[in-house]
Write a protein that binds this ligand. Structure first.
Ligand code: AVJ
Length: 322
């Protein structure tokens, strides 16, 4: 059974990689960044001085978790907490603690694409919150959200924090939030973390840290393709190049081929690169507060409360099903 799953995932990975690299312009899906080494590199990014997002949201949750919890917890009306892209839970931990104070009965469903991350949560979180019910779900956001619905029919708070929504463009984020809404009911909430527009240099620096963690994070996906799909990417032949467009709010990371080259994926398939041809690796969208309200409205939610850090660089917005 285990083997069947592994084979199937590799096939899907291969299919997505080939489809992305055969497109013009070439692209790879940033959800594939998170193998074990990718998890580690993302931790390193979060510790970089330039990567302000983590500190901003940490401040919000450290100082305002009680307020968020009291907006959601209603006596005699049980609910569960689902987190999309739980990661190391270091931020949601504060909120879970605050909720646990008011209601010990809820189940926490962390969803993550990384199996390694889910294993860690299952092991570590009970040590932080003694008696917390945890049901880990390893897989894609929507598929696993539906799964959580099968396990529990209770009212829901869905957490979509850390600017994970940033990995979509504006249109995609609306389509995605609509899909999330279709899994929810009238009394449910969604807490969404948006990285807000700010001095463009600050944003660009966050994706171009001096210690090279973000560069390594991007190149690691090529390494992963080498390892798992038996490819022969020469990492030195690609340059990490992030750009930020302050008009669209789109921060995009590219790998630029610095020569004309042919890369084999397995024994028979190959991809040709022109000199300076790009691979679109990731989008990290930044929004105005007004745009976040538009996304809520267009996807069927109503913003009910905003939680900012003191610099107003980041916001966790509580949306209610509308
Ligand atoms: C996990 C999607 C929020 O886009 O800021 C960090 C991932 N990529 N540095 C982001 C990331 C490069 C991150 N998110």
């Amino acid at each position: 059974m285990q083997l069947v799953t592994a084979t199937k995932n590799t096939t899907k990975f291969f299919k997505d990689v080939m489809e992305g690299l055969r497109s013009s312009p070439k692209r790879l899906d940033s959800k594939y960044f998170y193998d074990d080494r990718g998890d580690e590199l993302f931790q390193q990014i979060m510790n970089c001085e330039e990567y302000y997002l983590t500190n901003c949201e940490m401040e919000i949750l450290q100082t305002q978790s009680a307020a968020i919890a009291s907006a959601i917890v209603k006596p005699g009306n049980n609910f569960d907490v689902v987190e999309l892209g739980a990661g190391d839970c270091s931020k949601s931990l504060h909120l879970l603690k605050a909720i646990f104070k008011l209601d010990k009965d809820f189940t926490f469903f962390p969803i993550d694409i990384s199996k390694h991350v889910i294993d860690l949560i299952q092991k570590d979180l009970p040590r932080q919150i003694n008696g917390l019910n945890i049901y880990g779900l390893n897989g894609e956001y929507l598929e696993m959200l539906k799964k959580s619905n099968q396990v529990s029919a209770r009212r829901k708070l869905v957490l979509f924090m850390g600017s994970n929504i940033g990995n979509m463009n504006y249109q995609q984020s609306i389509a995605f939030c609509k899909e999330v809404r279709s899994c929810l009911n009238r009394e449910d909430y969604l807490l969404v973390g948006f990285d807000l527009k700010k001095d463009p240099q600050i944003i660009l620096d966050a994706y171009n840290d001096r210690q090279g963690a973000t560069r390594a994070f991007n190149l690691n996906l090529l390494k992963r393709i080498n390892k798992e799909l038996n490819a022969d990417f020469a990492l030195n032949n690609f340059k990490h190049f992030p750009v930020y467009n302050p008009e669209s709010g789109e921060c995009k990371s590219y790998l630029v081929s610095n020569c004309r080259q042919r890369v084999f994926i397995g024994d028979t398939e190959f991809i040709d690169f022109e000199e300076y041809e790009t691979i679109d690796m990731e989008i990290s969208s930044k929004y105005s507060l007004h745009q976040t309200n538009e996304i809520a409205k267009l996807s069927g939610f109503k913003p009910v409360e905003y939680f900012f850090d003191h610099k107003h660089w980041f916001v966790d917005v509580l949306w209610k099903y509308a």
